[in-house]
Design a protein around this ligand. Structure first.
Ligand SMILES: Nc1ncnc2c1ncn2[C@@H]1O[C@H](COP(=O)(O)OP(=O)(O)OP(=O)(O)O)[C@@H](O)[C@H]1O
Ligand SMILES: [Mg+2]
Length: 840
């Protein structure tokens, strides 16, 4: 029997598992960053000269690429290992990387810095007190609890929201020096009675505010929780007493045998839990995961189910039933939830009674059908009756019928059908891709809260700790009020943490911020679980990442030079970034890298409709049309005009010839680029299918299924990474080509995870195409340096608009390196000369 331990990160001393990221330098210049790349990254191939292949490998000596043959797959594994390492380092469990968050004026909460800086730490004392306005009344009416901080002659009084309610210098020093439990003192016009001494640790961690609030914050270990034990109760059944299982309660047997080999048994509720939730004194029965499911579960999924169960049952945090499962993409969050739902709908710890009758799953529209398929895959169609809402299946049908127990609905449809949904009592709410709830002001969040379902689970592949305000919103959604009010949270956690990360922070501020961050992570770590791709890599076939540097075509180079000489770019370099002209310039350069005809089209469209995005855009494009041949027709574009397109065609030809049964997923961030790639497919007779933002949601799953089918004749899947990426399984393809690069590495990782995921049978080859010497190389360098420096993956929603560029950085971005074959290689300090010709 396996009575599984709860997920390791949350057991024992949680502090040990935390990785605290000290304040990182923000926005290092790309050149600076690239020198920090791992020396393991080596240039290994020159393909179809003058284009360059760079493969991420740990073995720098292997210098041949070509499409892998069986024999070469082993060496390719090295590359895979490197990239795995790279990926996993990029996403760290339970870290707080807050470089993006600056919300407040640091000075607001520093405690009278001037006077206190010289005082050594040991002289600071902290007290929990009650206070009231000074008066002569005999019977005081205390107005509230507070924390008194005494440092030499100075004192500060903070209420339990962390707000200063009094401060100053002591009138009589002796009074402050002697202060101890039970004393009453007058300070700053307030009378204060000392209730107890607070340890520096409790103050620094912010715990003194938590406990003072009387909130039953953390389960068994917290003082609040202990109070419950002090009152013995009769009706509670002893957890493992034989009588409970047998005599008198024959019906209350576990649904599955807890003693069978490999059985997965959930934690039993402790006395406190029984006291709260088993008032009728039902016998405690083992909750055992259906062996049919257990057979398929990976070890991390078993732990995940245990974690989810404990959270939603309120076993981890007293009286709180929320959880965030933030496993990286492809780790099978869906299966973990399906197992949870199936278990809770059939079983429960008290008398075996099911805990949940109906479950609501809210998910992006494109994944409603994916959920249906996953239910079908793991539980078949008989065990559980699910109701996915689509055009033909309306919510009313679900509300009218007692037949269905799971409603699967898109976020959009939820808003439209809220009134009907409110009529149903859901016992469990699952929000897939739930990072969209990070803004508490949005309608969706309010709508979900209005359903008043206590057991709430957020699923997200995105790290949730990058922004402290968003973090609060997610936490407060799953476990309302656990971090106190927003203003309390800001004062006690957010502000000290942010201040501590600023370069000007004093030692004291740094220490306080770190402690508060640790405390916050401990508190929330009880119900957040994140595992990285590492846990699943061993079940997946190898992944080989290749970075292919492609020389630009002649027309591209000429246009690039012209763009860099435009007035708009010059303005940017003078620091005139008022209307964000740099974003327009960056956009134009990126288009040009994909294909010059895209630029041509943009100019013509703007000219025709006279809708320039301000004078900056007009000046950027001035005289550019003259560089194109006089009779240039963007629809008749040639492949030679784009270096990347040439390489792409060679690559496709080789894959098609050497691996006729393997398929390719071709990704771009732009629909217009996908149009070009589609045209190229037609010209060369490659069969294809396509999914982008325009594809009706109702058709998406069908397109995906048909591509994944072994009977599909499609060779290429054209995918718009931003529009269709999240959550999709494209395991039918084993070659992934990223035609353009995004500022946000998470977008690319997201795309890669579509193909390299559970169910993939072939080794996966990822090719990233970059135009040499151009902005694409700079973005790539920035991606790498960012990951290496911070160890944190950025949020998917962050785009270039969110990136602050210094003029120095723009200078670097707006430079074309014509003489170098590969700037990245030059920066790598690589021993190889980069001129091996491994082409043929
Ligand atoms: N134990 C398993 N054995 C085999 N396949 C599995 C297992 N667990 C999950 N899978 C499969 O792995 C794929 C990815 O799972 P899923 O879509 O749940 O990932 P996810 O964690 O939700 O990722 P994302 O963040 O991308 O949505 C699915 O096809 C799923 O059926
Ligand atoms: Mg998912």
């Amino acid at each position: 029997m396996r009575r599984s331990a709860a997920p390791s990160q949350l057991q024992g001393n949680p502090l040990k598992k935390l990785k605290f990221i000290p304040p990182a330098r923000s926005n290092p210049s790309p050149d600076e960053g690239i020198t920090k790349m791992s020396p393991d990254v080596k240039l290994i191939e020159v393909v179809g000269s003058p284009n360059t292949f760079l493969q991420l490998k740990s073995n720098p000596r292997i210098c041949s690429l070509n499409l892998p043959t069986e024999g070469s797959a082993r060496e390719i594994n090295h590359g895979c290992n490197y990239s795995e390492k790279h990926c996993s380092e990029a996403s760290v469990t339970a870290t707080l990387d807050l470089r993006h968050t600056v919300h407040s004026d640091p000075k607001e909460i520093t405690v009278s810095k001037g006077q206190e800086e010289e005082e050594p730490d040991s002289l600071v004392k902290y007290f929990s007190v009650v206070w009231c306005k000074a008066s002569k009344k005999k019977h005081k009416k205390w107005e509230g609890d507070a924390v008194l901080i005494v440092k030499g002659k100075s004192f500060t009084l903070k209420d339990l929201e962390g707000k200063d309610i009094g401060r100053g210098m002591a009138y009589k020093l002796k009074e402050l020096e002697k202060i101890e439990e039970g004393h009453r003192v007058m300070i700053g016009g307030k009378e204060v009675e000392v209730m107890g001494i607070i340890s520096p640790d409790d103050f620094n961690s912010g715990r003194c505010f938590q406990l003072g609030r009387g909130s039953p914050a953390i389960s068994s270990s917290s003082q609040a929780a202990k109070k419950c034990f002090s009152n013995p109760f009769k009706s509670v059944c002893k957890p493992s007493s034989k009588e409970n299982r047998l005599g008198g309660f024959q019906d209350c047997k576990p649904r599955h045998d807890p003693h069978a080999p490999n059985s997965l048994v959930m934690s039993r509720p402790d006395n406190n839990h029984q006291w709260m939730f088993n008032k009728k004194g039902f016998p405690v029965v083992d909750v055992v995961i259906d062996p049919h499911l257990v057979y398929h579960l990976r070890p991390h999924q078993k732990e995940g189910i245990m974690f989810l169960y404990e959270c939603v049952m309120g076993m981890r945090v007293n009286g709180r039933c929320g959880a965030i499962l933030a496993d990286e993409m492809g780790l099978g969050k869906t299966l973990q939830c399906i197992s949870l739902i199936w278990t809770l709908q059939c079983q429960g710890p008290y008398g075996g009674k099911p805990v949940v009758k109906k479950t609501l799953i809210v998910t992006p529209g494109s994944l409603v059908n994916n959920w249906r398929k996953e239910f079908q895959k793991w539980l078949g169609s008989e065990r559980i009756k699910i109701f996915p809402v689509d055009q033909d299946h309306k919510v009313e049908e679900f509300t009218r019928s007692p037949f269905y127990s799971v409603l699967i609905i898109s976020y959009e449809m939820l808003l439209r059908s809220l009134d009907q949904i409110k009529n149903v009592k859901f016992g469990l709410l699952i929000c897939d891709e739930g990072h969209r709830l990070k803004n508490s002001a949005i309608k969706t969040t309010a709508a979900l809260i209005s359903l008043s379902c206590e057991k709430r689970v957020i699923l997200t592949g995105t790290p949730v700790q990058n922004d402290l305000q968003e973090f609060f919103a997610l936490i407060d959604f799953v476990n309302p009020g656990i971090l106190g009010s927003l203003s309390f949270y800001r004062r006690v956690y957010e502000e000290p943490i942010i201040i501590s990360r600023q370069p000007s922070a004093s030692e004291e501020e740094k220490k306080l911020g770190e402690k508060r961050a640790v405390e916050l992570t401990c508190l929330t770590g009880l119900f957040i679980l994140r595992r990285t791709q590492e846990v699943i890599n061993k079940y997946l076939p190898p992944k080989i990442e290749n970075v292919v540097f492609c020389r630009p075509g002649a027309l591209q180079i000429e246009l690039y030079r012209k763009l860099l000489n435009s007035q708009a770019v010059r303005f940017c370099l003078q620091g005139l970034l008022g209307n964000s002209p740099h974003l327009i310039c960056i956009g134009a350069l990126k288009k040009l890298c994909n294909h010059p005809c895209l630029l041509f089209k943009s100019i013509k469209e703007r000219e025709c409709s006279s809708t320039w995005d301000g004078k900056e855009e007009k000046s950027l494009y001035e005289g550019l049309v003259d560089v194109f041949p006089a009779d240039y027709n963007p629809l008749m574009f040639t492949e030679e005009e784009s270096g990347k397109l040439q390489v792409l065609l060679k690559l496709l030809a080789v894959i098609h010839e050497l691996r006729p049964t393997e398929k390719v997923v071709l990704v771009s961030n732009y629909t217009q680029t996908l149009d070009i790639l589609q045209e190229v497919c037609k010209r060369h007779g490659y069969t294809y299918t396509r999914l982008d933002g325009q594809t009706p949601v109702s058709q998406r799953q069908q397109i995906v299924d048909s591509f994944n089918s072994k009977y599909s004749s499609d060779f290429i899947f054209l995918l718009s990474s931003k529009a269709g990426g999240v959550g999709l399984n494209l395991i039918g393809g084993s070659h992934l080509i990223l035609y353009d690069i995004d500022w946000n590495p998470a977008t690319d990782i997201q795309a890669m995870s579509r193909v390299w995921r559970d169910g993939q049978k072939n080794p996966v080859h990822v090719y990233r195409l970059l135009t040499t010497g151009t902005i694409e190389e700079k973005i790539y360098q920035r991606q790498i340096s960012k990951q290496d420096l911070s160890g944190a993956v950025v949020d998917l929603t962050k785009t270039s608009e969110h990136i602050p560029f210094s003029v120095e950085e723009l200078k670097n971005l707006f430079t074309l390196h014509e003489s170098s074959h590969c700037v990245t290689h030059d920066l790598l300090d690589c021993e190889c000369t980069g001129d091996q010709d491994g082409t043929e």
